[in-house]
Design a protein around this ligand. Sequence first.
Ligand code: FES
Length: 188
Amino acid sequence: MPDTPAFSPAALGELGRIVSHYPEGKQKSALIPVLHLAQAELGGWLSVPVMDYVASLLSITPIEVYEVASFYTMFNKEPVGRFKIETCRTGPCALNGAEDIIGHLEATLGIRDGGTTPDGMFTLQSTECLGACGQGPVIMVGETYHELMTAAKVDALLEELRRQAATMPSAASTATAAATTAATAGVK
Ligand code: FES
């Protein structure tokens, strides 16, 4: 990521498309999808310079961006691994063994909740309700849900993600596609 954050022409086009969904002068309403776009386009996390850049793009104050970015776990405030594994820890999932799943992930990957593996492959993040409470324990990786998780299913998921990583283009070359997907997901 350059020292001074800047969207690519494609991302600027996507920004214009997102902002066009909102009335004149209400561009702050586009903040969440634009943060998704910024996160995907500018290195996978929201540094202070990136959040300040978003504020300038939307003509709002930096604190308005910080307060939203810091509220949601889907926005990363520090660098994360190639795959961010979010595990629900809220009541229904907890009753179905979410703590065991989180413990299994920590033991298998050798990191604690919130940490990233030394190879940069995985970040663990426990989170609040993912909205699939009847299917707990629930894990989300990117935009994909994995439900009714067991230790064996976690092992199979990690193996599948490693296989995917081996066949993927570099993280940098997928950034623009991911940015478009993320921003589109934020504006229906
Ligand atoms: S409690 Fe886990 S998805 Fe709702």
